[in-house]
Structures are given as structure tokens and as C-alpha cells.
Design a protein around this ligand. Structure first.
Ligand code: CO
Length: 210
């Protein structure tokens, strides 16, 4: 296992390498950031946003929490979202779940884990409400994979129902919300093709009008 000193040494090497290759890189970035992407992913250490999609510092705005949740009363998420949409004017918001997610797994079982059980309760609700979809599946892995995907789809919807996204669309801003799932086993991202970029794509029930 690396020590803390190893991390600092790694950092020095990394910064030196970038400074040598492009001396303007850090001074330019220090002045402003203009990322086009907001990544909402899981806190899992195996799902590092920049690395997976080959983006450099400055290219993706990131919010991560356990099980990549979009909870409407989460001030942290809402603040990130509002800043990304209203100020940075990101073009794409990507909810990135991952197969093998411990948060999703916990929501499928009955083991008491503590505070976290409240955080993932929405995933348990989702599992319960979509139980019919799981009937034909044989293995626990298939069920888990499906819930990981359904959770991403749900969080995409949750994003689109916020005032922040709807206000952006109302003023004609271009912003699309996407759902992906990352595979820990192969490092590949699967696009769930649930992109929403227009208010007409969301249920009328959730549309807010002036
Ligand atoms: Co996870």
C-alpha cells in the first residue's frame, strides 16, 4: 500500500510532468474553469471520474456520493447542480452508476448498516416498486446489475424534475442529462440511452410552468 509520503511524491512528479509538457497549463487553469461536463457518480474508489473518460483537470465538474444519488433535499447536490448549470453552463450532466455498487447491494438486503440505510432507502423503494421486473432474473448478479441501471435512470429523472434543470430549459439553455453505468470488471462505460434534453421529454405531471 502506498504511504502518505508516496502520494506527495506522486503529486510532485505529476505536476512536474505537466509543467514540462505544457508550461501554460496550470497558470491558465488557475484563472478560470470552463468544464462542459458535470459528473454525478458514486464515491466508490474504483470509479474515478477523470480517469475513466480521459479528461484532464478543468474538464469535468464532479459530484460524488454513495450510490450516485440525486436527492431533492440534498443542499450539497443542489448547490453543485446550480453552480454547474447557472454559472459554468455545462452542456452535459452525466449520472454515472456502476455495476458492483455496494450502496445498491445494501439496498437489496436486510442487513442493518446504520445511517447509510436512510441514504439508500430510495433505492430500496425503487427495488420494491419495480419488483415485477426482477421476477424473471435468476442470479443475484443479474438482479443487482438491473437495479444499478434502474437507479441511474431514476436519478436522471430526479435531475430533470429539479427547478434548476427546468429553469435552464425554459430560458433556452442547452443542457442534456445522461445515464451511464460503469463496469468495474472491464472498465467499460455502458450508455443507457436515457438522455433527456428537453422539457417535453419529461412527464407532464412533473413539468413546472410559469
Ligand atoms: Co457505488
Amino acid at each position: 500500500m502506498p504511504t502518505l509520503n508516496d502520494l506527495l511524491e506522486n503529486n510532485r512528479r505529476w505536476a512536474d510532468k505537466i509543467n514540462q509538457e505544457s508550461p501554460d497549463y496550470f497558470p491558465t487553469l488557475a484563472k478560470q474553469q470552463a468544464p462542459e461536463f458535470l459528473w454525478i457518480g458514486c464515491s466508490d474508489s474504483r470509479v474515478p471520474a477523470n480517469d475513466i473518460v480521459g479528461l484532464l483537470p478543468g474538464e469535468v465538474f464532479v459530484h460524488r456520493n454513495v450510490a450516485n444519488m440525486v436527492v431533492h433535499t440534498d443542499m450539497n447536490l443542489l448547490s453543485v447542480l446550480q453552480f454547474a448549470v447557472d454559472v459554468l453552463k455545462v452542456k452535459h450532466i452525466i449520472v454515472v452508476g456502476h455495476y458492483g455498487c455496494g450502496g445498491v447491494k445494501a439496498a437489496m438486503g436486510n442487513e442493518k448498516l446504520g445511517l447509510i440505510d436512510n441514504w439508500i432507502l430510495e433505492i430500496r423503494d425503487l427495488y420494491y416498486s419495480k419488483s415485477k421486473m426482477f421476477k424473471g432474473l435468476n442470479s443475484d448478479e443479474e438482479k443487482h446489475d438491473l437495479l444499478c441501471e434502474l437507479n441511474v435512470v431514476k436519478q436522471v429523472s430526479n435531475l430533470c424534475h429539479t427547478t434548476i434543470i427546468q429553469d435552464a430549459w425554459d430560458r433556452g439553455q442547452t443542457v442534456a442529462v445522461h445515464g451511464w453505468v460503469y463496469g468495474l470488471k472491464d472498465g467499460r462505460v455502458k450508455n443507457l440511452n436515457v438522455t433527456v434534453n428537453d422539457k417535453n421529454q419529461i412527464s407532464e405531471f412533473y413539468r413546472l410552468e410559469d
